[in-house]
Design a protein around this ligand. Structure first.
Ligand code: GLP
Length: 253
């Protein structure tokens, strides 16, 4: 069972997650941080940046990347991670990794797995959740033990991400993503979710059966998961009161 922290709003959630990351960084300045794109984790990066920690020795690995975008496209996750995470946190660009969408796709997935292994594995992985229960770009039906691989994006995900492109048609149809098994290898996971449109996915992920139909439900199998969700995203949880009382990081709210 994950520790579930229900916060009134995303800002408090960002501060709570940043505190957890800082606690790992303090004894291990060269920690390996798993970063996630999307809007939900943004308050984590701004809270971490505000702490003014020396993160120059940190290695970072993104969960996923679009395929078929021109190199340097501003919505490629390489560009997004650089702009929204690496620069504000003061990460060393040479230590920031996204799956290489421009490489030979026969080699890119295993190369990414090797790079994570060579860095010593991920200490803390931040994970968002899709409305359809995806983590990274592991859409419903993905193997719960999968490794980094090439996959197709669900139509729902393309619609949700169309806001970052000029039109739905411009949203790539393919991606390279850490597999659910890769994600579960991280030593600690922080799941973040916000808003009513995530409420069903959050309830299915945290309280439903572990099933490939909801890839995020695999997080229930991990021994060290903290889910930080706002009131709206928590609104379909059956045991919300229990979580509130048992939340170990009471300062989060
Ligand atoms: C994209 C990312 C996912 C992320 C999701 C949620 O699809 N590939 O890793 O979980 O967005 O994004 P948001 O937090 O903006 O809802």
């Amino acid at each position: 069972m994950a520790d579930v922290i229900i916060v009134p709003h995303l800002h408090a959630g960002g501060a709570a997650a940043a505190t957890l990351i800082a606690a790992v960084l303090s004894p291990k300045p060269d920690m390996v941080l798993g970063v996630a794109t999307g809007s939900t984790p943004l308050p984590i990066w701004s809270a971490l940046a505000a702490m003014r920690l020396d993160m120059s020795r940190v290695s970072a690995f993104a969960l996923d990347e679009y395929l078929d975008l021109p190199p340097g496209h501003p919505e490629s996750y390489a560009a997004v991670v650089h702009r929204e995470i690496a620069v504000p946190l003061g990460l060393n660009p040479r230590k920031v990794h996204t799956p290489d969408a421009q490489a030979d796709l026969r080699d890119a997935p295993s190369a990414y797995e090797s790079a994570i292994r060579a860095a010593g594995g991920i200490d803390v992985q931040v994970v968002g959740i899709g409305r359809n229960g995806h983590i990274g770009f592991n859409e419903p039906g993905s193997s719960l033990s999968g490794r980094t691989h090439i996959a197709n994006l669900a139509a729902q995900t393309r619609r949700d991400n169309a806001r970052f492109f000029e039109s739905f048609d411009q949203v790539p149809t393919r991606c390279i993503t850490q597999g659910v098994g890769t994600i579960l290898d991280a030593r600690r996971l922080i799941l973040v979710a916000s808003g009513r449109r995530k409420a069903d996915a959050v309830a299915a992920a945290l309280e439903g059966p572990v099933t490939a139909s909801v890839p995020a439900s695999a997080l229930q199998l991990h021994p060290d998961v903290v889910a930080i969700v706002d009131e709206d995203a928590a609104s379909r949880l059956s045991f919300a009161d229990h979580y509130r009382m048992s939340a170990p990081h009471g300062d989060a709210a």
